[in-house]
Write a protein that binds this ligand. Sequence first.
Ligand code: FEO
Ligand code: CA
Ligand code: CA
Length: 664
Amino acid sequence: MRDTKTIPILDTAGCAGFGAGAATCRWKCGSQCAYPAPNPTPGDTFAGVLRRFAGRRALLKSAAAAGVALVAAGAATGPVRAETGGAGVQGPGPTLDFQPITLNTEDRITVPPGYTSRPLIRWGDPLFDDAPPFNPDFQTATAQARQFGYNNDSIGFFALPVAERALLVVNHEYTNPELMFPGYDDANPTAEQVDLELAAHGISVVEIVRTRGEWSYVASSRSNRRMTAETPITITGPAAGHPWLQTSEDSSGTAVRGMLNNCSAGKTPWGTVLTCEENFNQYFANTDAMPDSDPRKTVHTRLGLPGGASERKWERFHKRFDLAREPNEPFRFGWVVEIDPYDPSSTARKRTALGRFKHEAASIVVAPDGRAGVYMGDDERFDYVYKFVTAGRVNVSDRTANRDLLDSGTLYVARFHDDGTGDWIPLVHGRGPLTEANGFTSQADVLIRTRLAADAAGATKMDRPEDIEVNPVNRRVYMAMTNNTRRTAAQVDAANPRANNRDGHIIELAENGDDATATHFTWSIFMLCGEPESETSYFAGYAKTGLQPISSPDNLIFDRAGNLWIFTDGQPGTIKKNDAVFAVAVEGPERGNLKPFLSGVPGAETAAGDLSDDNEALFVSIQHPAEGRTANNPVSTFPDGTNVPRPSVVVAWKTGLGSKVIGT
Ligand code: FEO
Ligand code: CA
Ligand code: CA
């Protein structure tokens, strides 16, 4: 049973919150790193092979891009888009020639010379005519449900058919009550505070408009939408209706209230967003109330649900968070949720075919035969990388025809071999070890117990897989492994080559035939993050002299030239600098020349971002500013200079002469 009073905080070294205080650990993931990793099966360990990856790069020289060119339809109901990222793909373009910023610890956003930035929208900003302006001294759940939520994470830019207008779809991952409520009593949250926090989770869909080169948000747009931890959502796919998904509130097992811990996300070619439930475990309490003989308890434990009270104590006010009363409620979380941002009245769907784990993000790419592959990380030490391949093909001329595409297909988990090859292992009921004899009763069962199925399949245990993105130019797949200080020397393998991996790394993967439906791949390590002076850091072979450090890569995006943009989560605790956004070329002589572009503020994570389709604006989530302190003594007063810091989306753009494209 977890005793929330005796969390061994120092064991979180290398985790996001270390150094900034334990608040990130506590609220973001329920202090997961303070406990043994919940993957108890033996690791597929190899001898230390730190440098063996270097010669493997040749394996990644694969055929030229063979993607399916989808034509952007641009219909009023939303476009069917080309490729993954939304930004129009132009192929290798100008090099990244901005002057890098100097990483720092200042309480302001830093961008390179010739650029400027400003907050676009902040926690509490009203989205609707009936929403009050933000007032930290008079907050209500009703108001919060009509205002921009807390701790913005993933950002998706969705073009509108009207010039200079777009939608931003923004996740609200979690809440920091000690920063939201001045004088917050940790031991005695009030019902109103808890309800307000429920309303501060979820997503916002916000219309934005560009006027004279500057983006701003439209406060009363009919396109705006808030979804919270209470919004009705439909559960679809093979696990929908399974007895374990049924509760006293919903005997059908198909209708759930809300989303929790929406971390990163992806944009589908048909103009929907795939938002991902990550550390949902922390919201539930009292696994210990279930008998050990209950097979559901094993699943809850594998996902790290607390044995006793939750740190948030929501179970005091809402019985669905108390496993003593609702042992099935957690099974309704931990999914990928598909939302149509172009239809504010649409019902979101939890797509169970994509598996259930701590979903970090879901990045989708169309294969040569028209099927779609969705890459997903499970952000836990020693957990796995997944891919889902649809059974059907993407319909490029009718976006509504793709409505149920993600309900049928094959879920795979990755096995990385030490020789630079790898396999996608299907998690299909009846195949391999996933049989009745081994206790797997159906495909629904496999999906609800995805981690256990992947354990049985012999997947490779990774160093916290976070965002995974497909480069729209070279077609390779890039995977951020944030860190894992628990990996020992005896547990290193070629894909996770460092013991005590404080700074994380990025893997570069090439599907056979550059085909997202392939079941075999080759891979190499693109970057071993850390101090350039460290002999264990590696910046894709680029001479490291003069470069600045990077730590804990988290979210990734690509610009239309195929350059990689990296958003970090954890630099204050490792390299003692604010988290930052970096850009790096992945091709040519500049490959590996890592350049910091934007620095966040103290206590904050530069959690995620997106580029406008013309690449002339970069939107960045400044998440949990001042985390580690309280609203009574904040380490940051971003963005307003007040004692209640506000997570915000900032926008950066170029003010200098010449091309307005970010990074050029
Ligand atoms: Fe929500 Fe794994 O970051
Ligand atoms: Ca993340
Ligand atoms: Ca991303």
